[in-house]
Ligand binder design. Structure first.
Ligand code: DGJ
Length: 741
């Protein structure tokens, strides 16, 4: 049983293989959070709570009598309101019809269910194998009729707990939700660091580790999407935690819109973390009898460092978030024409790329931006999802058939949420663009955003894309979104509802994606938002892979893919080999290194293959063979980060589930003359088993440079391996294949 209830002590314990999460309903009905960490075998941790008087904090008052040693301001709680004497960051803020914000939630009942709860219209962690259990705790404000159903899903074997909340208005008047977070988590003791992932376009998900200090710290997005700038994934950890040791907690928001993650260290040096929809652009009118469902958060805890924590996240995302036919199916090696041609292409050019690609083993050609409407640059055409046959020189169907005839599948780019002012769609429906009447809209990439909070607009998009996918032989869709949303306003919403726009936009997006992915189950959808501007667990529910970044420079990609790997598996990271000098950095790196880096993702090419040398073409053949050979190991093996971004060498490895083999990749980021040999430990293998380690350059696997025979897993983990100093140049890649001896 993953959920244990001790009725007598009113203690609720969620147990997973290695962790425990505990709550207690106290004598006043307050739902205390008593513990989350390594197993404690059901012990009542409420004994660790200290009750003492707190000056200038509100005290619990019952029948006008103040209980001096009981203040919500310091008690660890499960889901908190912004009133009632708790002045810390809170999860729920409600404005009632009279304009007041008072609310105190008491736990009134709970129930457990086999299997996991599901969410309507939102992405969530699903449980197709019925391996999870559900706990629902009903909280109630005794005075207003407001209720909060706390939802918990427990995946025992996977060390995963999910949380979400349903707010229900059982009162007689409409109330306004000003904040409705999905998670609040309290730690009474401990001194923590917080790992968050910041960035910008073409430089996403850089790791930042900072101490949780007195005061409030936060990361979030008010950009209409989860953003390049802060990822909705973070880790809280004890000070000494590293890749392989120490206590740490992961939080992944299954949502692609505006979010806020806050951490606070309070007057008693306790830590609270709150995560949910960003309240800045959120005002939800909750009519009597109606409910509001928050998005979900995935939680995991590891006492064995970040590596194990990430692998827990990889497993749950790969198995219980990504869906559809392509979840486990081998993804095609694709070639995308964006960096090869940008907007200047026609069918003839694409067919010439396909012809050359077919000879080298590439499996799909993706036609990027520029095939529709009037679209020679980014000033026009978005919204006019009709193939530009004049530009292409043929119909889309014909083009798809020609590509197929060369032995390649055919994929296509869309930006369904975009609309250009210079488009037939805008001319016909200016009110379909997100803009505030009477004000000039804020442009970004010369475009506006389509108001997909509206059902007529959703129908238009579903209709246009469905027609195109039905008409031409299309096997893949790249779903791009190239700007943030500045004005949070819809012409279709009443003034009092404008605060619902940002979330309604996301519900609209999820509805469109649900319709299209279920109507076209054979099509592989790849998410994208100017690269990795919407790389989150919400999008992964619909698109099992996401273009990781517009930055294709192999050396910059080391950091981007490293940061991404903390919360997301490599099977979700779109990664391509591009031309040199690199279009984003001007850097020149070896072809083999570009291949080795891109191969740690969903692999493809993004260059004009017709312009490559014979030697480079030969390398493509080799890379594709290697990618196929190691596909399972890379895509579903256990991922280990061996060095961090400050190390002159990036080292990472994939270990098979049965620990019979591993593939290690080493890339030199920076070299100094006469430097020390690169040495590193190899975690994850079976300590007792003997292995052979074969060192190769990725372009010449058949000519090993160095072989070590019969070395134990323990020796590899504790003693490690050294790259011999010969052939060690800046930006060079090495790979080491480890197999059971
Ligand atoms: C941004 C994407 O990330 C690129 O790969 C490309 O598709 C462009 N948009 C096209 O406009």
């Amino acid at each position: 049983m993953a959920i244990n209830i001790n009725e007598e002590k009113r203690l609720i314990t969620l147990q997973t293989k290695n962790t425990e999460y505990q709550m207690k309903i106290d004598q006043y009905g307050i739902l205390l959070h008593t513990y989350y960490g390594a197993r404690i075998y059901g012990s009542d941790m409420s004994a660790a709570i200290s009750y003492s008087e707190r000056g200038f904090s509100g005290n619990l008052t019952i029948d006008r009598e103040e209980i001096r040693a009981y203040s919500l301001d310091v008690l660890p709680q499960e889901y908190t309101c912004s009133s009632g004497g708790d002045y810390r960051i809170s999860a729920l803020s409600v404005r009632d019809a009279a304009g007041g914000t008072s609310c105190t939630l008491r736990a009134v009942s709970f129930q457990t269910e086999k299997g996991k709860y599901s969410l309507d219209g939102l992405p969530y962690v699903y449980d197709e194998n019925n391996e999870a259990e559900t706990l629902l705790i009903m909280m109630k404000d005794p005075y207003s009729g407001l209720e909060a159903e706390l939802q918990y899903g427990v995946f025992e074997e996977k060390d995963i707990i999910t949380r979400a909340v349903r707010i229900i208005n059982r009162g007689g008047q409409t109330v306004q939700l000003e904040k409705a977070a999905s998670l609040c988590l309290d730690w009474q003791y401990g001194d923590f660091d917080w790992l968050t992932f910041y960035g910008c376009h073409a430089q996403e998900r850089n790791l930042q580790r900072m101490p949780v200090h007195h005061g409030v710290q936060s990361v979030g997005s008010t950009r209409g999407n989860s953003s390049h700038h802060y990822n909705p994934f973070s880790i809280l950890c004890e000070k000494n935690t590293d890749e392989n040791n120490g206590l740490c907690y992961a939080f992944s928001f299954v949502y692609s819109g505006e979010f806020l993650m806050e951490a606070e260290k309070d007057q008693a040096s306790q830590t609270r973390l709150v995560l949910g929809i960003h309240p800045a652009n959120f005002r939800w009118n909750l009519k009597p009898g109606m409910s509001f469902q928050t998005p979900e958060v995935i939680l995991s805890c590891s006492s064995e460092g970040f590596g194990k924590l990430s692998r827990n996240m990889h497993r749950i995302i790969r198995n219980n978030v990504c869906r559809g036919e392509w979840k486990y199916k081998q993804r095609p090696v694709l070639i995308n024409n964006w960096e090869a041609t940008y907007f200047s292409f026609d069918a003839e050019k694409l067919i010439s790329i396909a012809e050359e690609s077919a000879k080298l083993g590439i499996e799909m050609l993706v036609m990027d931006d520029g095939w529709f409407g009037k679209r020679e640059d980014d000033y026009s055409g978005l919204g006019d999802w009709y193939p530009n046959e004049k530009k292409l020189g043929c119909t889309l169907k014909k083009l798809g058939e020609e590509i197929n005839a060369r032995g390649l599948k055919f994929g296509i780019w869309f930006e369904p949420e975009g609309i250009s002012e210079d488009s037939d769609l805008y001319r016909a429906h200016p009110d379909w663009a997100v803009q505030v009447p009477g004000r000039p809209p804020v442009l970004s990439r010369n475009q506006l955003v389509l108001d997909i909070s509206r059902s007529d607009v959703q129908d238009y998009i579903i209709g246009r894309i469905s027609d195109i996918l039905s008409d031409a032989p299309i096997s893949y869709v790249k779903w791009d979104m190239n700007r943030s949303i500045c004005e949070k306003y819809s012409a279709a919403l009443e003034p009092a509802q404008q605060g619902e726009f940002a979330h309604r936009f996301m519900l609209g997006l999820y509805h469109i994606l649900e319709e299209l992915t279920s109507s076209f189950p054979h099509v592989l959808f790849e998410g994208c938002s100017g690269g990795g501007g919407r790389f989150d667990a919400g999008m992964l529910y619909y698109t099992p892979q996401i273009w990781c970044s517009d930055n294709t420079d192999a050396i910059n990609r080391l950091n981007i893919q490293y940061g991404t790997s903390f919360g997301y598996p490599v099977s979700t990271m779109g990664a391509h080999v591009s031309a040199v000098p690199n279009h984003q950095t001007g850097r020149v790196t070896p072809f083999a290194t570009r291949g080795a880096v891109a191969m740690s993702g969903t692999f493809g090419y993004e260059l004009d293959i017709t312009k490559l040398t014979d030697q480079e073409k030969e390398q493509i053949r080799t890379q594709i063979d290697r990618f196929h050979k190691y596909y399972d190991l890379i895509q579903s093996g256990d991922y280990y980060r061996i060095t961090g971004p400050q190390d002159p060498c990036a080292v990472w490895s994939f270990v098979s589930a049965d620990r019979s083999q591993a593939l290690i990749t080493v890339v030199s980021r920076q070299i100094t003359a006469n430097s020390a040999p690169k040495h590193f430990n190899v975690p994850g293998l079976d300590a007792q088993k003997l292995y052979n380690a074969v060192f190769v350059l990725p372009e010449a696997e058949e000519k090993p440079l160095h072989v070590i025979e019969k070395v134990s897993g323990a020796a590899l983990e504790n003693g490690g391996l050294t790259i011999p100093t010969m052939q060690w140049w800046e930006y060079q890649a090495w790979q080491i294949l480890i197999t059971e001896a």
